[in-house]
Design a binder for this molecule. Structure first.
Ligand SMILES: C[S@@+](CC[C@H](N)C(=O)[O-])C[C@H]1O[C@@H](n2cnc3c(N)ncnc32)[C@H](O)[C@@H]1O
Length: 267
């Protein structure tokens, strides 16, 4: 079971929906009365939803510590056993939850049970993430780390678009119809002038601290312990090159994480 820190969620989601919110249009946020954001973590999506609706947003997560950070009312619960009556909300949505579940189907069944109108999943495809960097080693090492990580992690972190998953949870007289998906790229850019977050990220690379946290997953994904040690040494070297380049203002990096907003209507 993967655990997430509040810092990690804040770091990975910062500015995610600032570029455009067009991909959220199918959620009809203007018309919502009660939205459940399941697997809300620190409530990064919940806050965006709250900005876009006059209705109420309730966050749901099993991690009590993360819920302390949310700015919306929150309930501690498991996504596969939501403590709500059938047809409680008019939208049940998640962001980057299903990729972390061994059986995402059980959560989707709960989404359908608890919604009167829309169900939605905003999920990334981590196999399609791209990294462009002025430090050429970075692209190569990021690709290598990602490939082993995807193989080693216990759940399907490449899920992305999930139309069949939503459709398959319809029941006679309660179909999930009009299912469609829209891609939204979360683009993260580092360029001069570097902010504190960029400096901290470079330090984490130079110390190898972040990659060390992924050791077990990388080994499970086919790296031998020796390969891991050599990989971490290269990763740290990359971090030092990044810090040097930042000192003379030549470092630029762009990471693109494709997310897919899949929405279905209960009819
Ligand atoms: C990658 S984080 C995404 C958080 C948030 N939705 C976002 O996009 O920033 C996944 C979240 O799902 C939660 N989670 C994982 N399994 C869960 C489960 N079975 N029931 C409820 N929450 C769960 C984790 O605690 C974590 O907060």
């Amino acid at each position: 079971m993967r655990r997430f820190s509040a810092d990690y969620l804040e770091e990975t989601r910062r500015g995610m929906w600032d570029r455009s919110r067009e991909a959220l249009a199918p959620l009809s946020l203007d018309d919502r009365e009660l939205i459940l954001d399941v697997g809300c973590g620190t409530g990064e999506l919940s806050a965006v939803l709250s900005e876009e609706t006059d209705g109420t947003v309730i966050g749901v997560d099993r991690d009590r510590k993360l819920l302390e950070e949310t700015t919306v009312p929150a309930v501690r619960a498991d996504a596969t056993a939501l403590p709500f009556e059938p047809r409680t909300a008019d939208l049940v949505v998640c962001q980057a939850l299903l990729i972390n579940l061994p059986d995402p189907s059980r959560a989707v069944a709960e989404f359908v049970r608890c919604s009167t109108d829309l169900v939605a999943a905003i999920e990334p495809d981590n196999s399609a993430v791209t990294v462009e960097s002025t430090v050429s080693l970075e692209r190569e090492l990021a690709t290598q780390a990602r490939s082993h990580y995807i193989q080693g992690v216990q759940t399907d972190v490449t899920l992305g678009t999930v139309p069949e998953l939503l459709r398959s949870h319809g029941q006679p007289g309660r179909e999930v119809t009009d299912v469609h998906t829209q891609r939204y790229d979360h683009v993260k850019t580092i360029e001069p002038p570097y902010d504190q977050h960029a400096i901290e990220a470079a330090k984490r690379k130079a110390t190898g601290s972040q990659i060390a946290q992924q050791r077990e997953t990388l080994l499970a994904g086919g790296m031998s312990p020796d390969e891991y040690d050599a990989f971490r040494a290269s990763w740290r070297e990359m971090g030092r090159l990044i810090i040097d380049a930042m000192q003379n203002g030549t470092y630029r990096r762009q990471e693109t994480i494709p997310f897919y907003v899949t929405v279905g209507k209960i009819t």
